[in-house]
Design a protein around this ligand. Sequence first.
Ligand code: ARG
Length: 446
Amino acid sequence: MGTLWGGRFQDDASELMQSFNESFSLDKRLWHEDITASIAHVTMLGDCGIILKEESKLLQNELAKLRESIAQDATLLSGAYEDIHSFVEAKMIEACGNVGKKMHTARSRNDQVAVDMKLYVKKSLQELNELSYQMITVFGVKGEEVADVLMPAYTHLQRAQIVPFSYVLDAYAAMFERDMKKISQAIDLMDESPLGAGALAGTTYAIDRQQTADLLEFAGVQRNTLDSVSNRDFILDALHCCSSLMMHMSRFAEDFIIYSSQEFNFVELSDHFSTGSSMMPQKKNPDALELIRGKAAKVISLLNAMYGTMKGLPLSYNKDMQEDKAIYFEALDTTTACVKILTAVTDELKVNKERLNETIHEGFLNATELADYLVRKGLPFREAHGIVGKIVVYALDKKVQLHEMELEEMKQFSSIIQNDVYAALHPETILQQGIKQEMLSGWEKD
Ligand code: ARG
């Protein structure tokens, strides 16, 4: 196994230990970041006179060539290496001989892995933000497509009040907009370079940490070197962003699983994102949404796993932290896949307008507005609430809706009710009033 240490040892690690210890199978995913950070490091070493200028140039060129070759052929990332850092260094020694052996001057794998992961997490969060934005855009397009469709909205999963269908999509867009802000804030918070911290206590060389930070487009340099190599807060923050996205997506999934059931029949999911039953020929199951709901549990658990890994660790670097890669990659891949699937499910969603048109006239969705009507006629709200409650009991008994009651029947409960009550009970009128009007303009976004 290609390792970077060995001098102090008399015996090789057992094979069992080598395969237990290796991280190359996972952290090869950091190849681009590892090479890019190494280019920045050797550039700085040359500029600071720690290695010769031509040595620095040679290493920069060979590193760039290696990056290009791997971009063309990812199978180059193979062999018995302990980790991606050992792999890249071995390739440089192969290409540049003794100069390759100078690449790791004034650096440790501890600051190297921290900078690699930061670069990777920053990039992946930016991509997740892009995908979330696309998802919100699809919610907007779908919302406009069904702009005239109204539906019952729920609290306690009991019919409550009328809203435009698009307003439900807008509620989810609002959640994902918050997630996008969270992601941007997480990126800002992690935007300091740990490179130059060495193993834990800096280095005796007069390196220029600002230069490597600038070359790698970090906003600044991370101040304390012990903290720089032991910090994985940025991974926790990224996992929190993933967990929040997953939690919101799982709620969307649950709502639309319910809406797609035969009992509700508000929407139909595209065949592209449903599956059948091996036994019951009539079944069409909302598997895509159920999987999103299920996978949310895993991602949230991964956040917990990372907290568990970091909790109680002494300063500074500890090998426990190598587990961050398995945790983060799994969470990132799952979240990314779910955002893509949810975007596509929404894009192909069919909204059952006829069914929704029926539902808004059932279930006393306008009872609150009847109480508001009585208030406008001069009654205190609590009294109006009590009167409407009694009217609902009466209507339930007679199996009619509020707007189907005769004026005389309503007047038995309050003589101030007049013919204009029917307009006040109409869904369209309801949505033209007060702040409810904002629901209709929900999609006027920048
Ligand atoms: N593979 C290691 C990790 O991911 C790299 C850092 C190793 N550092 C060390 N002192 N062994 O954490």
